[in-house]
Design a binder for this molecule. Sequence first.
Ligand SMILES: [Zn+2]
Length: 331
Amino acid sequence: MEIVQGIHQIKVPIPGGTLDHVNAYILQSDKGNVLIDTGFDTPEAFAALRDGLKLSSLGFKDITHIIITHIHPDHYGMTAKLKQMTGATVAFSETEERLLESRYQNPESLLAETRGLLQSNGVPEEYLPGLVEVAMPLREFVGVVPADTKLKGGEKISIGSLELRVILTPGHSPGHICLYEPKRKFLFSGDHVLPDITSHVGFHPQSGENPLGDFLAALEALTQLDINLAFPGHGSVFSGIRLRINELLYHHQERERAIVIAAEDEMKTAYQIASEILWMPTGEPMPFSKLSNFDKRLAVLETLAHLKYLMSKGKAQKFTKDGLDLYWTGE
Ligand SMILES: [Zn+2]
């Protein structure tokens, strides 16, 4: 569907899970067409993309450039297949590209590291296999292809009359990018800023040292940009991004407060803290015990991201005892 002149949005279905679709965008220019993000590599996702293109009087052959905001399976999964079909050049962040092999091709060491991380952060032995392996089935829906153009952030991509600026926005993923179209002041925000849900920011073996600090800094930096409309990775196109950024900053402050309170009288593991606070996987507050394995894992890793961020500000301390990492936020 052409949502504004020359920009088409295709809602690509996501198998299972709490999100029902990812947005793929086609940007038309006089010298070619850009596809931003792809969806999982499933027959349903492929059919949705094909039908969406058809509705816009386009075909796969019309896609000349594919740009991926980050390599999570819902955004990157179908890239390899589409590159093969279209011959388009593929661009995404070099930081993301470095993660491909350990994430999708040879995950053994990543699984071992994740297991060690969850273990030292207090996840009980009986829950470990479920929480470690929970993301593995998604690999089935991902075809791996390297980037033809490795992005660092700061580049200008020009395709005929269309110009896109690459903005590095780490946090949700360490090499996440947003794309800014300066003529009409449009931002393709990927999962960095979403209209209805807060994107997950967790500490894990591929996240970098302080993912939440990176995420919040990248959010603040976006407020310097003049943006008329945001085109997110999930949900509807929206205006008023500054208000949304303020809401997200507030959300993280609230969560930080809950975490500080949970660990101010007594040293606790990230797992203990996560299990004492409320989570909102679907927008409604929910106790930890009611979360799915997937969301439990996200909750522990998100708590850990907060603790690392608090440590970077001198507001938390870490102790190690009997192989467990314990955090204390008291004074
Ligand atoms: Zn996503």
